[in-house]
Design a binder for this molecule. Structure first.
Ligand code: ZN
Length: 497
C-alpha cells in the first residue's frame, strides 16, 4: 500500500484517530525495538612456557539479546576435549601420527572460581565435561546484562593442533570459556567437540585481552595491539578488537615477520626464520584481501595475520588471524590454503554460521570464493574450469569408492559434523560438493547476479549468523530456481555427472 497526498486529505480525520490508536503504540514499539548489545570479554592471561600452562582471568559482560529469560548461563570449555579419557578424539586416526609427533599428550581447562560480585557455585557438565554451567543469582531477563568473573587455568597438550604446543609454535585457539550461542527454539548450543571440521559456534563480541609471556617469543594475535610493556624477561601485550567471534594467539621463537598494507588493512605474514618465501606469502595474502574486498565487501578490521604454524591440517581460521600448516611443501598448495583461510574472514568471521550443524555454509562459501579468486587472478595459474572439473572428478571417485565399500553413498551436505561417518565423507560433502553446487548456482544466475548476491549477503548479515534458509532465499531472489538446486544438493539428491 502506498498513501498519496489526496488520500491524506480525504482520510485526515481518520488519520488523526489512527495516529492515536496506531502510531502512538507504534512509537512505543519502535522505542522498545531491541538494541543488540555485544558480549564483552576482558581477559588477563599469563603463559608459563616451562609448564605449558596458561593462567587466565576473564571478565565477561553478557547481554541477554533473546526474548526469553533464563537463570543459567553456559560456556564451552573446548580444552576439555583434549583431556585424557575424552569421549571423542580431537584428531582423526589417519592424522594421529602427525598430530602427536611425540606420542599422546593431553590438555584441559580448570575453572578455579566464578564470581558475580561474590563467589558463586558452578558446575562442569555437558556430554563430556565440555560445558561450564553458571547458575545466575536471579533470572536474566531480555535486554539485561550480567557481569561475571571467571578464573581459569589451561594446560596445553604437546600436539600440532589449533590448541597445543609443538616444535615451532604454541597455538592458543579456543582456549578460554566462551558463551554458548542461545537460540529461542533450541536453547543454548552445547555441541560436543569433534575431529571433523571446526566444531565451534559463537556470536561476535568485543575483546580486551592482555597476555604476559616470555620475551624469547614473538607473538601473533587477533586484535589491534594497544600497548606493549617489557618486564624482566617478559613482555606484556594488550590487544583490543570489536565484533569478532573468537580470539586466537600464537607464540613462537621461530617467526620471521613481514608486513604490507592494502586498502588500509595492515597485512602481516609470519613465516619461520630462513624461509625464502616470505614475500610471496605476503603477496598472496595481500592479493586475497584485495580480491575479496572488491568481490564481497570491505574487510572491517585494521589488520590480519597469516601465521605459519605446526598445525596438522591445512589451515585454520580465527578472526584477524589464520593458521597455515608448516607441513605443506608445495608453494602453490600453501597459497591455496592462505586464500581459503583468508576467505573465511568474510564467511565465518564477519558473516557467521552454525559451523557445527551447517559446516557447508562457511566452508562452501570460503572454498568457492577461493576458486573465484583464481578466476580473477590469472597469474596464479589455477584455471577455474579445471578446478571445477577436478572437484567433480574427486567427488565422483569418492562416490565410486564408497559405493563399492558400503553399497551406497550418503551425499547429504547439511548435516552436523558429528553425523559424517568418516573424514573423507565430511570433506567431500562439505568442500568439494559445495564448490560444484555454487558453480551450478552461478550457472543459473550468471556471474553478475551471483556476485551481487554475495555482496548483499555480506552487507545484510555482517556480524550476524546466516542460516540455510536465509542463504537459499538470497540466491532465489532472482527467481531462477536456485533454491531448488541448492536444496537438492544439500539433501544429496543431485547426481553428479
Ligand atoms: Zn575452511
Amino acid at each position: 500500500m502506498k498513501i498519496t497526498k489526496k488520500q491524506i486529505k480525504i482520510y485526515l480525520p481518520l488519520f488523526v484517530t489512527f495516529a492515536l490508536l496506531l502510531i502512538v503504540p507504534l512509537f512505543f514499539i519502535s522505542c522498545g525495538k531491541k538494541e543488540i548489545n555485544l558480549t564483552s570479554y576482558n581477559m588477563e592471561l599469563k603463559y608459563d612456557d616451562e609448564k605449558h600452562l596458561l593462567n587466565g582471568s576473564e571478565r565477561v559482560k553478557y547481554y541477554n539479546n533473546s526474548e526469553n529469560a533464563f537463570k543459567t548461563l553456559y560456556f564451552h570449555l573446548y580444552p576439555n576435549a583434549f583431556r585424557e579419557g575424552a569421549k571423542n578424539p580431537v584428531i582423526s586416526q589417519t592424522h594421529e601420527k602427525e598430530g602427536y609427533p611425540n606420542g599422546m599428550s593431553y590438555g584441559n581447562i580448570e575453572i578455579d572460581s566464578v564470581k558475580i560480585e561474590e563467589e558463586i557455585p558452578f558446575t562442569i557438565e555437558g556430554e563430556d565435561e565440555n560445558i561450564l554451567a553458571i547458575n545466575l543469582k536471579e533470572e536474566l531477563f531480555p535486554s539485561e546484562s550480567v557481569d561475571l568473573q571467571i578464573e581459569f587455568s589451561v594446560c596445553l597438550p604437546n600436539m600440532n593442533h589449533r590448541f597445543g604446543y609443538g616444535d615451532s609454535t604454541i597455538n592458543l585457539g579456543n582456549f578460554y570459556p566462551i558463551v554458548c550461542v542461545y537460540d529461542e527454539n533450541v536453547g543454548f548450543s552445547q555441541s560436543l567437540y569433534h575431529s571433523n571440521g571446526d566444531p565451534f559456534y559463537s556470536e561476535v563480541a568485543n575483546y580486551n585481552v592482555s597476555i604476559e609471556f616470555d620475551s624469547k617469543f614473538q607473538i601473533a594475535s587477533t586484535g589491534d595491539l594497544i600497548s606493549s610493556e617489557n618486564g624482566e624477561n617478559t613482555i606484556k601485550n594488550q590487544y583490543k578488537e570489536r565484533n569478532v567471534r573468537d580470539f586466537c594467539i600464537v607464540l613462537s621463537q621461530k617467526f620471521s615477520h613481514v608486513q604490507g598494507k592494502v586498502d588500509d588493512v595492515v597485512v602481516n605474514y609470519y613465516g619461520y626464520a630462513n624461509d625464502d618465501n616470505l614475500d610471496e606469502c605476503l603477496k598472496t595474502s595481500i592479493d586475497a584481501i584485495k580480491t575479496f574486498n572488491d568481490m564481497i565487501g570491505k574487510y572491517p578490521y585494521n589488520q590480519i595475520s597469516v601465521v605459519k604454524s605446526n598445525f596438522v591440517y591445512g589451515g585454520m581460521e580465527f578472526p584477524n588471524l589464520v593458521l597455515i600448516s608448516d607441513k605443506i611443501e608445495e608453494q602453490s598448495e600453501y597459497n591455496y590454503v592462505i586464500i581459503h583461510e583468508i576467505a573465511h574472514q568474510w564467511w565465518y568471521g564477519v558473516v557467521g554460521d552454525d559451523q557445527y550443524n551447517h559446516a557447508w555454509i562457511d566452508e562452501g562459501l570460503a572454498e568457492y570464493s577461493t576458486l573465484l579468486f583464481f578466476e580473477k587472478n590469472e597469474s596464479y595459474n589455477e584455471k577455474y574450469p579445471q578446478l571445477i572439473s577436478a572437484a567433480t572428478k574427486s567427488y565422483k571417485l569418492f562416490e565410486d569408492v564408497y559405493k563399492k565399500i558400503n553399497g551406497q553413498v550418503d551425499g547429504r551436505m547439511d548435516r552436523a559434523i558429528c553425523d559424517f561417518d568418516t573424514e573423507p565423507e565430511y570433506t567431500q560433502c562439505t568442500y568439494t560438493k559445495s564448490v560444484i553446487m555454487f558453480d551450478s548456482v552461478r550457472e543459473l544466475l550468471g556471474k553478475n547476479k551471483f556476485e551481487k548476491t554475495m555482496k548483499k549477503m555480506y552487507k545484510d548479515y555482517k556480524f550476524k549468523i546466516i542460516t540455510r534458509a536465509q542463504l537459499t532465499a538470497n540466491f532465489e531472489k532472482f527467481g531462477t530456481g536456485a533454491e531448488k538446486v541448492i536444496d537438492s544438493y544439500l539433501e544429496g539428491k543431485v547426481i553428479i555427472m
